[in-house]
Write a protein that binds this ligand. Structure first.
Ligand code: MN
Length: 498
């Protein structure tokens, strides 16, 4: 156990204290006893899996509490261990995290559910502490790495789930490196032939491009030294297999049209240095028009920051990415990076400009997250408040078919009906909630199954307008009243009610 605890400690961003190290060791011993006699599909003792999960968490930059919960993450589901025992031995926080992970494990994502986006939200709402999701992702990463041992029939389903649920979640949390890993692990199980082809193409192309970039970097280094521009480090990043495939499909499968297969990545200490590096590059290599992207001044909607440029190197073109260490950390580990970095001014820059690419794909909660990030300086506090205040104000309601509709708290069946279709909304007459008849203006709760009945004779009234909560429903009701209201008023007047 000593060895495993040391291995985890070595991967941690901040060296754990004696007390923390002891707790990690205790968790390993506890988990090993709990899982005694159990084996992985690979035939190895089960304990290997929770330890690998914990190592992933350490790599993400998570602290002792999350790491301990990672070691214990399967004890509630797969062993005799109770939550009380966990609480007595490891405290409230660890016990709650393990319980959260077990709860997520019970959500089944098969068939039925068509709204994958709502599903992701449901996943997050159920988790209620963001660390639970991070543990789940660390767990999934190891499961994907060992997927080859699983029965063939199951492999594809697990890979699909990873592609549709876990990779997008990692993306939402800004953990882009992890997202790429998960996608690349799932890719060959879902599209074996395509994956093989792309792998071969990439390998060939990478060798040539890397040589090119190496030469370029040697020259650049000299140049930067001459002007005393500091560079912390540099390296290459090879495009992930799956994202290359997606790009290739856009470019008629022509690899020559993809410029960022291998990119040179330069890390400079400050934002100012980043721009000086850029200047120096453009001074020596002609940039490709339209390929200079300043994501430092104009961050991507998901918060990504870097300067990208593509230059002619003589025999080919090369993409160069320039960023500060903080931006790099954030790009690699996303939310987890905030465990070790308190917020600096960059986030504020991120908040200031949002014009570019401000598509609806940017979830509101990412924006809220950014606001949280800039207002809370204590990282632990930050993670706690990420219990997603946003989601507390949302409810998740199901159709009888299992589709998830998310609504603001206080919504009623009218909102639900309009969320499905404006025609259904305009004619909703009755509502069955969890099998019981309810007034269509009655407030819905999280997890309700709602069945809407419509009738030709039913139509929006001003009472509907005051009961509806969503902007969509209100808009549709107003529209209906505007178009039909005049007529009804006229009749009322004609028969003496006006
Ligand atoms: Mn597990």
């Amino acid at each position: 156990m000593e060895k495993e605890a040391d291995a985890i400690a070595k991967l941690m961003k901040t060296t754990p204290t004696e007390k923390e190290r002891a707790l990690i060791k205790k968790a390993i011993t506890f988990a090993e006893n709990a899982h005694k006699g159990q084996n992985r599909a690979s035939g190895e003792p089960y304990i290997i899996h929770p330890i690998e999960t914990a190592k992933n968490l350490a790599r993400f930059g998570m602290g002792t509490t999350t790491i301990c919960a990672g070691i214990l993450h399967d004890t509630l589901e797969d062993t005799e261990t109770t939550e009380d025992t966990l609480r007595e031995n490891f405290g409230d926080d660890v016990a709650k995290l393990v319980e959260g992970v077990s709860k997520l494990g019970k959500l089944k994502f098969r068939g039925q559910i068509r709204h994958i986006e709502s599903l992701r939200k449901l996943f997050i709402a159920t988790a209620d502490d963001i660390r639970v999701i991070i543990i789940k992702l660390a767990d999934r990463l190891h499961n994907m790495e060992t997927l080859s041992y699983i029965k063939k029939e199951k492999q594809k389903r697990i890979a699909q789930e990873t592609m549709e649920l876990h990779a997008p979640l990692a993306n939402r949390l800004g953990m882009w490196k992890l997202k790429g890993r998960l996608e690349d692990l799932a890719f060959p199980y879902l599209y074996p032939q395509e994956a093989e082809k792309v792998r071969a193409t990439l390998k060939q192309k990478t060798e040539v491009t890397e040589r090119d970039l190496e030469n370029l970097y040697k020259k650049l280094r000299k140049e930067l030294a001459k002007f005393h521009i500091p560079v912390q480090s540099a390296g290459y990043r090879v495009k992930s297999l799956y994202s290359l495939w997606k790009k290739l499909k856009e470019k008629d499968m022509d690899i020559e049209k993809v410029f960022d297969i291998v990119a040179l990545r330069v890390i400079a200490p400050t934002i100012e240095d980043c721009y000086r590096v850029l200047g120096s590059i453009h001074n020596h290599w002609r940039p490709l028009p339209g390929r200079i992207k300043d994501f430092i001044a104009l961050p991507k909607p998901n918060g990504y920051q870097s300067i990208h440029t593509t230059v002619f190197t003589g025999n080919s073109v090369a993409e160069i990415q320039i960023r500060t260490p903080e931006m790099h950390e954030r790009a690699e580990f996303g939310i987890a990076a905030h465990m070790s970095y308190k917020e600096t001014q960059e986030i504020k820059i991120g908040l200031r400009k949002k014009k570019e690419n401000n598509d609806e794909d940017t979830p509101v909660w990412i924006k809220e997250m950014k606001i949280l990030q800039s207002t809370i300086s204590e990282p632990d506090q930050f993670l706690k408040s990420l219990k997603m205040d946003f989601f507390k104000k949302r409810i998740f309601v199901f159709t009888p078919q299992g589709d998830v509709i998310d609504l603001p708290e206080g919504s009623c069946s009218i909102d639900f009906a309009y969320a499905i279709h404006s025609d259904i909304g305009d004619h909703v007459s009755h509502s069955k909630v969890n099998g019981k008849m309810k007034s269509i203006t009655a407030e819905l709760s999280n997890g309700d199954i709602v069945q809407i009945e419509t009738s030709k004779n039913s139509s929006p009234t001003s009472k509907w307008l005051s009961s509806a909560k969503t902007a969509l429903a209100k808009k549709q009701i107003k529209k209906y009243l505007d178009e039909h209201g005049g007529f009804v008023e006229k009749i009322k007047r004609a028969i003496g009610f006006g």
